[in-house]
Design a protein around this ligand. Structure first.
Ligand code: FAD
Length: 497
């Protein structure tokens, strides 16, 4: 039998990333490994990152995490998508939901049928074909085994780590409190052999997971892996964040409201709203951003605003020697479309699937790095598209977003849609055709051509089929309960401490 040489896993950092990896490895491979997580309460977590995409539900399901238990414990709310305001032009609004738009025949996606119908003068609005979009806008929701909706969550970031910690510790993960102040490396290979804490404690390991956030203590400060900057594509590099009381209707979506040098988010939870103001400090000073943010908040502020500077890009290698970086230690695409938690969870599962029991082999490392790099690039391009597809001309920030070059494959993809209506989802790509279909026209990029398959159907039949789809969506929508009523019955959290 092949010998197991990698058994001791040391996770440095206990933010969302640290506890996601700890829970995944503990639950999926626990008896085969000896897992230790080190975190420092004194340093704390970055304190943002509360919106997710639907893949979090399969992550939880595969790890045996009960939805209602999670929601109650993390003050979680539902996210059906993102409401965008002022993105293409000031005053514009659109919704990017997690749903499917219409029903596609095999030959060409649904929107080609719809585009043909529109050219004949019927077919209604594209939005009318998407249940999640309408349910989001109307704040209606239902979950359960027979629930019809594709959704994700908003949760309190200060509660999620400790919640996962309970699962991880139950699966055998050992937690050590302390501040890492030294990292030992093998003199010959450069592999990390141990981390030391201020207390003097030394923790040895075979495999180290760097979840120390922007610091990247192992992947960067120790291994000097290098960073690939994306600031020429994504200009935002700063954020202010704070919490406010709830106000008005409780919404099952994130709001992303563009301003003169970036955008602002609202993430409604059960007990409060998470707010953030993302901007480029080359176009707006930190003081001006703070002042503007404060005037735009819609409810009473209940936490001191925190300031965060970030660097958009990624580590040149996510896995380098015997260190793998997760979460902010691995890089950061700015928070628009909220994909960082997805990336750390998918990488945690990938690590469990590819775990190097018999030693760290270069082909394994390369496969892991390539698969992760591709996913990240696809997400990055989707995010860049929101800025490229703008008609805003009101200042240098927006003109540069519109006029700056974008990655070649993204430029081609946008041109392809504009000229032919064709959209596609590549392997390793998380955003489906339905996402591109909601965001591109939402940003005023419209298809000039389309596939002619719909001409094979008579206009009467096409009209009947599209009418039936819309009627079906409307009927299902009408049966959905009010979101807040549902949430309070389904998983009401205890009042916040
Ligand atoms: C403005 C902003 C908004 C974001 N919004 C979203 C979002 O909506 N959705 C999303 O998916 N992602 C979002 N992200 C990304 C998000 O922050 C991360 O996904 C998430 O919070 C995970 O962070 P982390 O665990 O990598 O780092 P951190 O939360 O910073 O955790 C780092 C951990 O390392 C520990 N540590 C650091 N140094 C030491 C040391 N010397 N010794 C011991 N321990 C140490 C810390 O104590 C902490 O436990 C956002 C990021 C930013 C900057």
């Amino acid at each position: 039998m092949a010998e197991q040489v990698i058994r001791k896993v040391v996770i440095a950092g206990g933010g969302t990333a640290g506890w996601c990896v700890a829970t995944a490895l503990g639950k999926l491979l626990g008896p085969l490994l000896d897992i230790t997580l080190v975190e420092s309460a004194e340093i704390g977590i970055v304190g943002v990152g509360e919106a997710t995409i639907p893949t979090i539900r399969s992550f939880h399901r595969n790890l045996g995490i009960d939805e209602r238990d999670f929601m109650r414990n993390c003050q979680a709310g539902i996210k059906l998508g993102i409401s965008f305001d002022n993105w293409s032009r000031i005053g514009d609004h659109y919704f990017h939901s997690f749903g499917f738009v219409g029903k596609s025949p095999w030959l060409a996606p649904f929107h080609h049928m719809w585009l043909h119908a529109r050219s004949l003068g019927f077919g209604g609005d594209l939005q009318e074909y998407c249940l999640e979009l309408l349910a989001g806008e109307a704040a209606r929701f239902y979950a359960g085994p027979d629930g019809p909706l594709s959704y994700a969550y908003h949760f309190d970031t200060a509660l999620y780590g400790p919640y996962l910690r309970r699962h991880a510790e139950a699966a055998g993960v050992r937690r050590i409190e302390g501040r890492i102040n030294h990292v030992d490396q093998d003199a010959e290979t450069g592999f990390v052999t141990a981390i030391s804490l201020e207390s003097g404690q030394r923790i040895e390991g075979d495999l180290f997971i760097d979840c120390t956030g922007f610091r990247g203590i192992l992947i960067e400060q120790t291994l000097k892996t290098g960073y690939e900057d994306w600031d020429h594509w994504l200009a935002n590099n700063s954020a202010w964040a704070c919490q406010t009381e709830l106000y008005g209707r409780l919404n099952p979506y994130t709001s992303a409201i563009a301003h003169s040098a970036g955008w602002r988010w609202e993430i409604p939870l059960q007990h409060r709203i998470g707010n953030g103001f993302v901007y480029s400090n080359n176009h707006m000073s930190d003081d001006e951003a703070h002042a503007t943010f404060m005037t735009q908040l819609q409810a009473k502020v209940i936490s001191e605003p925190i300031h965060i500077r970030f660097r958009t890009g990624r580590r040149k290698k996510i896995w380098n020697k015997n260190v793998i970086a997760f979460g902010l230690a691995s890089g950061f695409i700015e928070p628009l479309e909220s994909t960082n938690i997805h990336l750390m969870q998918i990488c945690a599962v990938r690590l469990a699937q590819m775990f190097p029991f018999e030693g760290i082999r270069e082909p394994l490392v390369q496969r892991f790095n390539t698969a992760t790099a591709r996913e990240v690039e696809k997400i990055r391009n989707f995010v860049i598209m929101h800025y490229k597809a703008t008609e805003r001309d009101d200042n240098d920030y927006w003109r540069a977003r519109r006029d700056n070059p974008v990655p070649d494959d993204l430029a081609l993809r946008m041109q392809l849609f504009r000229e032919t209506g064709h959209l596609y989802q590549e392997e390793d790509e998380i955003f489906r055709i339905d996402s591109w279909l909601q965001v591109l026209p939402g940003q005023r990029v419209h298809a000039e051509g389309y596939h002619h398959a719909a001409r094979l159907t008579s206009p009467d039949k096409l009209r009947a089929s599209l009418d039936a789809m819309r009627a079906n969506v409307a009927e299902t929508l009408a049966k959905l309960p009010d979101y807040e009523t549902f949430l309070r019955q389904y998983c009401a959290a205890e009042p916040a401490a």
